[in-house]
Design a protein around this ligand. Structure first.
Ligand SMILES: [Zn+2]
Length: 333
């Protein structure tokens, strides 16, 4: 099963740029910036990456953000994330980028976009992985962050920018306040992919559908508490980006055994399996597929269907989708 999953061509739809930094990448960045509290030794880093609680996770995450001080740092992280995805047979990924956190730390938006675009092309050439971008608002930073993120997307967004998102903590960050930003992003042709229903209830998912025009929901697991909402997701063809291990690590769900994934699938909701912040949560996309196979009792055919669901729910070009579907259906035969 693990071998089949590892060889299965996959699309990853919910993975954060900074949250994908491997201990090796962080060690490299820490050795460039020796005044940082982050250790540059990979052994010490493994310990540094062991979280005691969610607050500790945020602290470590922000210390990695603080290591991204130059466009070269952004380039290195992006290129190495491409390498790590390709090593798992991820062929296509929509990487969630938070330009605001780099822009407020002094990297000009133009240089940021240039670095990620250059790294995207290098990753495709070097590792054969296709990357596209989702620019997301760090919700806890409020309207100023939304303004900067929207401005960066509208002014500088390259053709590979396909989505507009909303991340960060959900509690205390009502979704409807960002309606004007999502309206303008959507008018410019970007797809709406906010996080909702991760640490808050079904109402944040409803708000995202009603006020932000959500086409996919980041997490959305709280829909399992609300049969009418699940029916609506099915009727409107809105897929969920489910990240099982992340939900346990952030204590949105008490244990993998109690994860609502089977309830969502039973109701007919389209689910995709994703990894969120994989090295920080001690997981990989392949490990998440194994978790899903276990929770849903999937065989090889079921795993092919799961991988295909992510392709169908992606914002890849039609030709890329057709190619990926073919590759998936040939896997293991
Ligand atoms: Zn996320």
């Amino acid at each position: 099963m693990h071998e089949f999953i590892a060889a299965l061509p996959k699309a990853e739809l919910h993975v954060h740029h900074v949250g994908s930094a491997s201990p090796e990448t962080v060690a490299e960045l820490a050795s460039r910036h020796t005044d940082s509290p982050v250790p540059a030794d990979p052994g010490a880093l493994a310990e540094y990456f062991t979280f005691t609680d969610f607050a500790h996770f945020i602290e470590v995450y922000l210390s990695v953000v603080d290591l991204l001080r130059t466009p070269e740092d952004i380039w290195t992280l992006t290129h190495e994330v491409g390498r790590d995805l390709a090593a798992q047979n991820v062929r296509y990924a929509e990487l969630t980028m938070t330009p605001y956190t780099s822009i407020v730390r002094g990297i000009p938006a133009e240089a940021y976009v240039e670095a990620i675009e250059d790294a995207r092309q290098a990753a495709e050439r070097d590792f054969g992985v296709a990357l596209q971008w989702i620019f997301d608002i760090p919700g806890e930073s409020g309207i100023p962050a939304a303004d900067v993120t929207l401005d960066t997307a509208l002014r500088l967004g390259p053709g590979s920018l396909v989505g507009f998102g909303l991340g960060g903590p959900e509690i205390g960050v009502p979704r409807p306040q960002f309606a004007p930003h999502f309206e303008r992003a959507r008018a410019a042709g970007l797809h709406s992919v906010p996080h909702a229903g991760e640490s808050t209830g079904p109402e944040s998912i409803r708000d995202s559908l009603d006020h932000l025009g959500a086409e996919r929901i980041g997490h959305g697991i709280a829909a399992a508490q609300d049969p009418a909402l699940m029916e609506r997701l099915v009727a409107e063809g809105v897929a969920l980006e489910v990240c099982p291990t992340s939900n346990v690590r952030t204590r949105s769900v008490p244990s993998l055994e109690e994860h609502p994934l089977p309830v969502l699938v039973e109701a007919g909701v389209t689910v995709t399996i994703n990894s969120d912040d994989p090295p920080m949560f001690g997981t990989t996309l392949n490990a998440e597929y194994a978790v899903a196979a276990d929770l849903l009792g999937l065989d090889e055919e079921g795993l092919r269907a799961l991988a295909t669901a992510a392709v169908d729910a992606s914002f890849a070009s039609d030709s890329m989708k057709a190619h990926l579907r073919e590759e998936i259906s040939a896997a293991g035969r």
